[in-house]
Design a protein around this ligand. Sequence first.
Ligand code: FBP
Length: 563
Amino acid sequence: MPVKNVKRAVSQLQIARAKFQPVLPNILKKGPAAVKAKAGKATKSVADQATVKKIFPNTYGLPEITFIKGNNAAACKKAVRVGVVLSGGQAPGGHNVIAGLLDGLKKANSKNKLFGFLGGPSGIVDNKLMEITPAIMKDYRNTGGFDLIQSGRTKIETPEQLAAAKNNLIANKLDALVVVGGDDSNTNACVIAEYLKQQGVDISVIGVPKTIDGDLKNKQIEASFGFDTATKIYSELVGNIERDVNSARKYWHFIRLMGRSASHIALEVAFKTQPNAVLIGEEVLAKKMTLGQVVDGLVQLIAKRAKAGKNFGVVLVPEGLIEFIPEMKELISALNDSLADNEAALAKLNTLAEKKEFVLSKLPKKLADLMRSLPSGIASQLMLDRDPHGNVQVSLIETEKLLVEMIKTRLAELKKSGKYGGKFATITHFFGYEGRCGQPSTFDANYTYALGYNAAVLALNKCSGYLSSVRKLTKKAQDWEVGGIPLTMMMNIERRKGKEKPVIKKALVELKGEPFKHLVKNRAVWAEQDVYVFPGPIQFFGPSEVTDVTTVTLQLEQGKKIK
Ligand code: FBP
C-alpha cells in the first residue's frame, strides 16, 4: 500500500527515469479501439492432451489470437472494472505491467477502473484490494519491485478458496482479472478461468509471463519479463568479481545464481562475463552425472590452472543444480512425497533433527544413506518446507558451499599423492534477491508496459484463459507483435506434492538449442585463459547498443549472430 502522509525519498536516477515513456508496439499506439482480434486454429496442449482437456473442458483448445488493425470501438463502449494481482517472486518491470494495463484501460474509456489485489493471490481470497489511479501510478512508473501492491505465493486451489475468489470478484463487479506470474501462477490463473466458466461467471482471467528465471517460454512466448534486467544486474556483479579475481589472483569464487530449476540465468550471465566455469544443470542430468563427477570436473580444472600458476578463478553454479544430479533428484522427489504423505505426523514433531530422523526412517535405504552422507546443513536444507506449489526452495540450499567442501577434500587427497601443489582459497556468494527488484532495463520497461497494455486489450475483447503475448522481441519495440496464447496450450502433467497435476511446462535449457551450443563452443577458452568480460551497470541513457540490447540467449534463440 502506498505510504500515506510520508514524503517518499527518491533518487535522482528515479526522478530522471520516471520521465521515460515506454515505447508501445505500433499496432497498439492508437489504443484498444483500433485493434481487433484475429483468431487462429484451435490449439492442443504440449503433452497429455486427453488429461489436460478433461481437467479444462471450457478453456482447452482455444485459438491463438493476434491483434491486427481494425475498428473495435464497440468493445470499448461499456466502462469496465479490472483487477490485477502480482504472484510469486518479484521480477523487474511488474509496476510497468500495471502502468500499461492502466493506460490501456483508460485509453479505451476514461471511466474504466483498475484495482490491485494486495499481497498476491491471497488478496483475492481475503478481498484485500485498492484502486490504482493514474495519480498513484505516477510514482511507480519504470521502477523495480512489486511494492505498489506486493506479491505472494498462495495457490488458489481448494473449493473454499475458489468460491471465495469467485464471490469477491463478483462483489467487486470485476469484468476481468489479470494474473502476473510464472508457470505455477499462470497455471493457477487457468484453474480460476476454468472454474469461473464452469460456474457461468462472465469474468475473464488473463495471465502475464513473469519470472527472472526465464523458464516460462516456448514457441509462442519468447521470454518472461525480468530475466533481462536480473541477468544484467548479476552480470555486473560477476564482472566486478572477475576483475577483482584478476587483480588479486588469490581466490576461487563460487557464485550460485538464482533461477530455481532451469539454468538459463547462469548461462546468460556466463555469456556476458565469460567465467572459468559454469555448471548447467540440464547437462548434468543428460550426462547422468553423480555429485562426485561434477566435483571431479571442477577439481581437474582447478588443478590444471594451479599448474599454470593460477590459483584463482570464477565458477557459476545455477541454484537448481542439486535437483538435476540424478541421485539427488531421486532423493528430493522421495522427500517431496514423504513430506506430503506424512504432513500430520511431521507437524507433531518439534525439532528439525526429529523430523529428519522420521523422514530418514521412511526413505529407501539407498536414499537414506545418500542423505546421511551429505553435510548435515545441506541435508537439513533439503527438508525445508516446499512452496505452496510443491517446489523445493532451492534458493535456501547452499550448493556452492557443498561443492567447495567436496572439492577441498578431493584436493587434499591429490596433494597427499603429490598430484596437486596449488592453493585453494575460496569465497562463496549467492546472487538472487539482488536482481529481482532492480530498476527495469529499457528492454524490460518496454516489454512489461506492452504486456500490460496488451492484457487490457485481451480483457476488453473478453479473452479468458489467455497469456498476454508480445513477440519478435529482438526487433525494435515499435515492431513487436501482440496477441494472446491459450494457457492450456502450454500444459502437461507433472508430479507435484505426491500427485499428478496439470502445469505449464517449464522451459529448461535445451542442449540442442543455440545458446547451449554457443557455450560448448567457447567454454574451453574461458576455462584456461582469463578472458573475463566486465559488463558494468545497466545503462538507461546513452547509445542504443548500450541501453536497448536484450539477452544473448534471446538473440541466439532468434538466429542472431553474437560477436
Ligand atoms: P517465480 O518463479 O515466482 O518468478 O520466482 C522466481 C524465484 O526468484 C526463483 O529464482 C527462486 O528460487 C525463488 O523465486 C525464491 O523465492 P522465495 O524468495 O519466495 O523463496
